[in-house]
Write a protein that binds this ligand. Structure first.
Ligand code: GLN
Length: 496
């Protein structure tokens, strides 16, 4: 029974709860048991079983009284970048170890208002900087998938939301929150065979989310189906006066819209995304996606995004610049760790030297460099101008099409440590996800196939600003055509 409950989708679980087939207490207990059996993945930084069981009980009472919310009783994982009232929030960093917020992020509050159960806080790259979840102070996360070629190497779950993606793929959470600054929802979703959406910048409030790069950071959702992802995202989005970049717009009812067909829709294929050295398998998957679109009655349009090649360098100027400013607040005075020194300045230096890991220090150094007098115009201002051109590329493309279809990442999940010695190689992981982030556009990854070693691969849909609806519809068309049923090997064994 308990294994069965963890294999349900959110929509199936909501139906089961509604019919009284099982209670939220049973559903939650099944997940708590599964979490205990999957600790080797290191997906959770903190498990919160007492909170979860209390919330589950309250949920069952609400349901019995006829007051159930849209997601009532559904056990989820929360990325450790969202401040959670009374529960440690670390952002994957040593410097925030022991930091217990006394407020709740708007996004997690919205989920609680709809009745969710929090299983715990999930692991992530330190301050969301990374693509492999290997920069976390709390250790790397292990992808539940393995290559089927007998190598048995432990693989990365993607990053920075690697705890979220691993937890959902391993059935130790029914869904999860994530954040995406340059690809941190879409790439881990692709690496673990699940769906992940980053909505338009401004859809989700950033209030109470530990900031990395404020003009890029956006919360979003992981689910095992498009419908689940739409249910979660709907709950998370909405205007928040506490975030000045939050959009005062109605949130569409995506869960009732996603399954409409895409006949007559125009799908753009950006030629600049055929990057050098892209593996044959990714190329084939993309072609397969194009064929699925045609079969579903959509029209394929070739489009050009000429500034694509500048997206990565632009991102790796703007994101570090913003992070160097945002992370200035961790000084040993207000949050988490403090390492004393002989005077105030030495206390700052000692705290930051001990508190920040290597990748975070690298980003702060790059950021302060590109913002310093003399280099500001040459790097930062230039990057802002190029960012504008990248946005205009998309706007021009959307005169010809309704959404873009691309691969999500240039490879399947790689082994832990594989790209560790070369930061640039690691940054290349984001080549397909970063442009949409710079332009603030909604993007989603949908599992679409497996590579020669049986590892999942994702296709990305990028939509117009505020048009998550089209992204969900195209995603659903891919989901139907791909009929992706592969599962991590450890779960297959269990299911057999
Ligand atoms: N991998 C990218 C980076 O390291 C993106 C991270 C993210 O989206 N948070 O900056």
């Amino acid at each position: 029974m308990s294994t069965e409950l963890t294999t349900l989708t959110i929509s199936e679980a909501l139906a089961g709860l509604g019919k009284k087939d099982f209670t939220s207490v049973e559903l939650t207990q099944a997940h708590i048991n599964a979490m205990a059996g999957a600790r080797n993945l290191n997906a959770y930084v903190v498990e919160t079983p007492e909170i979860a069981m209390k919330q589950a009980k309250e949920s069952d009472e609400r349901r019995a009284a006829g007051n159930a919310g849209a997601l009532d009783g559904i056990p989820l994982a929360v990325k450790d970048l969202f401040c959670t009232n009374g529960v440690q929030t670390t952002a994957g960093s040593h410097i925030l170890e022991g930091f217990v917020p006394h407020y709740e992020s708007t996004v997690s509050q919205k989920l609680f208002d709809d009745g969710i159960v929090m299983l715990g806080k999930v692991n992530m790259d330190e301050f969301a900087m990374g693509s492999a979840n290997t920069t976390s102070y709390y250790g790397n996360v292990i992808n539940p998938w393995r290559r089927n070629n007998g190598s048995n190497a432990e693989l990365v779950p993607g990053g920075s939301s690697g705890g979220s993606s691993a937890a959902v793929a391993a059935r130790i959470a029914m869904g999860a929150t994530g954040t995406d600054t340059g690809g941190s929802i879409r790439q881990p979703a692709a690496f673990t065979g699940i769906c992940g959406i980053k909505p338009t910048y401004g859809r989700c409030s950033r209030w109470g989310i530990v900031a990395f790069a404020s003009s890029l950071d956006q919360a979003g959702a992981f689910g095992r189906t498009i419908e689940d992802t739409a249910l979660l995202l709907k709950s998370m989005c909405g205007f928040d006066p506490k975030d000045s970049t939050s959009a005062n717009l109605e949130v569409p009812d995506w869960p009732s819209l996603f399954s409409q067909d895409i006949k007559g829709m125009k799908i753009g294929i950006p030629k600049e995304y055929r990057v050098d050295g892209m593996p044959e398998e990714i190329e084939q998957l993309w072609q397969q996606g194009i064929d699925w679109m045609k079969d579903a009655g959509a029209e394929i349009v070739d489009v050009s995004l000429p500034h694509t090649k500048y997206a990565l360098p632009t991102y790796y100027i703007i994101a570090p610049a913003e992070c160097s400013s945002n992370l200035a607040r961790y000084d040993g005075v207000r949050y988490g760790q403090r390492v004393e020194g002989k005077d105030l300045v030495e206390m700052y230096e000692n705290t930051r030297a001990v508190g920040f890991g290597e990748e975070v220090r690298r980003r702060i150094m790059i950021g302060t460099y590109v913002l310093s007098a003399g280099y500001y115009d040459a790097y930062y201002i230039k990057a802002q101008k190029v960012r504008r051109l990248i946005l205009e590329d998309f706007e021009k493309a959307y005169e010809q099409c309704d959404a873009l279809l691309t691969p999500t990442a240039p490879s399947a999940a790689f082994a832990i440590g594989e790209n560790a010695d070369d930061p640039i190689k690691m940054y290349l992981n984001d080549v397909f996800t970063v442009p949409a982030s710079l332009a603030g556009l909604p993007g989603m990854s949908v599992p679409a196939g497996v590579d020669k070693d049986g590892l999942p691969l994702g296709l990305q849909i990028i939509g117009r600003r505020w048009d998550e609806e089209t992204v969900f519809k195209v995603g659903h068309a891919i989901e139907k055509a791909a009929n992706f049923k592969a599962m991590p090997q450890s779960l297959e064994k269990e299911a057999a």
